[in-house]
Each structure stands twice: as C-alpha cells, then as structure tokens.
Design a protein around this ligand. Structure first.
Ligand code: FMN
Length: 317
C-alpha cells in the first residue's frame, strides 16, 4: 500500500509500547517488516518538551518508512505534537484511538476517543491541518460489543483527510483477550476508499493470507506474534511467495540476540538496555530444550557479559 508517494508494503510491525523500540524495530526491518511504528508517545509530553517523550520518538535511518504514533485528547496539543514530529524526517503520523490502558483512557485519550466521535474527528482534522505528513489513525472495533462504531468513525476520519486506518479487531472491553474479529474490518474496507490495515491475531504466515482473503485489507500488522521471533516477517514473505522457509538455526538465533542487544546498548547505554532486554531474552529462548533452568538467571541479567554467559550455557547445553 502507499501513502501519498511513500511505498509502505503490506506487512507491518505493529506499534508495541515497551517492546518495539528502535533497536527491535531495526531487527524486524532486517527480517522483512516493511513499515514500522514508534511506541505511542504523549502529545502532552512532546508539546511540553519533555525529554522522555523525545527519547520515545527517536529512530534510526534503517527504520524507514516509519510512522510516529501520538496519543492525547487535546486538539491543540495533538496539532503541536504533529508539528514537532514533522521536523524528525518521520514518514507519517499515526493517531492512537485504540489504546485500552486505564491511565490513557481516563484522560480521554486512546480508545476513549471512540466514545467521543466528534472530538475524535476534530483531533484528526487538526492534526491533518498542522502537518504536510500523511496522517493515519489506529482504531478498535468500538467500546464494547453493544457499541461497535468502527465503520461510522472510519468514514468520518476519511472525510477529514485521514490517509489510512489501522483496525485492531477487538473492543476496548476485550482488552487483549479473546479472538480478534475480522468481519467488521471487512465492512470498513467496503465503506471507505483509503487503505485499511488489519491488526489482531496475526500469529502465523497463513493468518496473513487469510486476513487478506477475508477482509480485502491492504496491509496487516504483526504484534504479539513477533515476540522472540522477528524472523516471522521472512516466514510470511516466503509463504506468500510459495517458497520454503527454514527456521533459523540456533547459531543464527544467537547472532540475532547479540545484534539486538548491541543495538540496544548503543541506544540506551548498557544498564538500561540489559534491563529492557530481559523480556526479549526470555522470548527468544522459549522452547529451547534445557533452558527452563536458566529462566531465573535471565530475569536478573544486568550486564552484556551476563547475557553472553547465558547464551554460552545454552550453546553448551
Ligand atoms: C505490549 C503491547 C504494547 C502495545 N502498544 C501499543 C501502542 O503503543 N500503540 C498501539 O496502537 N497499539 C499498541 N498495542 C496493540 C498492538 O499494536 C495490536 O493492535 C494488538 O496487540 C493486537 O494484535 P495481536 O492480537 O496480534 O497481538 C500494544 C499491544 C501490546 C501487547
């Protein structure tokens, strides 16, 4: 799919706060993720020049095309955040209207905007007006089963100049549980003429083929399905081309782990990088025979050497 003149492809890495930071996005890119998103960033934080928010939107040249995702509920602050992002060479801006977290929703942001369609439209319109970058939105199906409004809202957003819509096929009430419903996404696809990106339950390469067939969507996002296996993108491309995909060998997996860790250290410095890397280490090594005994140690690594020592034990074992 395209946004204006930018080719985005059709296999995306989903925005994942606390997981898909710049180092992990670079790893996913290398394995074939065609478009990536920043972790969501607060428009309040950006517009108040909070250094932590500027950390969140940092990215590497290797990550293009990249969308920076903003959240918030104030029309002016969201527009100001868009103006700031325009100075970063990001390729597009995405507005988060999907996050179910209480701390975000309680302040009217994320999925709470789906309950305030007028405000959602005003925010989208003001962000579109504030920037020359293409603006996209990420939605859920609605607040709960009795309030599924993704079709109406998508049409409103298209009317104010939103260039593509990503839809997570669950309601706010579902959070991240239960099966994602793709049928409403097919309805949106039939009701608007901008590209639609499907999110929810893309876990295996054949899910991608099914998502395209069932909904007619233009692109899909891999979210939790990428944990510990960024090569899923390569597997998806191989599946769609009808060629074989060989799961990476143990030495290739270990090389990916070390590359990822080293990029994280460059980005955060060793201490923070290793703390944040713990969950990735647990995911990468899940299912390797004999690794259960090392899981406690993995949750306590503090230095690059600690990580390498564990990887050595895995290789020996
Ligand atoms: C840990 C975690 C962090 C997430 N962070 C974001 C985020 O920052 N912005 C966003 O739009 N969605 C976020 N999501 C939602 C995902 O992008 C995706 O829509 C959702 O997980 C459904 O896909 P899945 O069933 O394939 O996991 C997050 C999900 C998880 C599990």
């Amino acid at each position: 799919m395209r946004l204006n003149s930018i080719q985005l492809g059709s296999i995306f890495l989903a925005p994942l706060s606390g997981v898909a930071d710049s180092p992990f996005r670079r790893i996913c890119k290398r394995f074939g993720a065609e478009t990536v998103y920043s972790e969501m960033v607060s428009s309040e934080g950006l517009s108040r020049h909070n250094p932590r928010s500027f950390e969140v939107i940092k990215f590497h040249g290797e990550e293009h095309p990249i969308g920076i995702q903003i959240f918030g509920a104030d029309v002016g602050r969201m527009a100001e955040a868009a103006r700031i992002i325009e100075t970063t060479r990001a390729d597009f801006i995405d507005i988060n209207m999907a996050c179910p977290a209480r701390r975000i929703v309680a302040r009217g942001g994320g999925c709470a905007l789906m309950r305030e369609p007028g405000l959602a439209r005003d925010i989208a319109a003001s962000v579109v007006k504030a920037t020359d970058l293409p603006v996209t939105v990420k939605l859920r199906l609605g607040w709960d089963e009795a309030n599924i409004n993704v079709v109406e809202l998508s049409k409103m957003l298209e009317d104010v100049g939103i260039k593509a819509i990503a839809i997570h096929g669950r309601t706010w009430k579902q959070g991240f549980k239960g099966e994602a419903a793709w049928e409403p996404i097919a309805q949106v696809k039939k009701s608007v003429s901008i590209p639609i990106i499907l999110s929810g339950d893309i876990k295996q390469p054949d899910d991608v083929e099914r998502a395209f067939q069932v909904t007619g969507c233009d692109a899909v996002m891999v979210a939790r399905g990428v944990y510990g296996r960024p090569w899923i993108f390569k597997a998806i491309h191989a599946y769609l081309k009808g060629v074989a995909f060989d799961k990476p060998r143990a030495d290739e997996i270990l090389k990916t782990i070390v590359d990822h860790l080293d990029m994280a250290i460059d980005f955060y410095g060793e201490y923070l990088a290793v703390i944040r890397f713990r969950k990735h280490l647990l995911w990468y090594t899940k299912g390797i025979p004999g690794v259960v005994a090392l899981r406690r140690a993995m949750s306590h690594v503090r230095t690059r050497r600690d990580v390498l020592a564990i990887l050595e034990q895995i290789l020996e074992g």
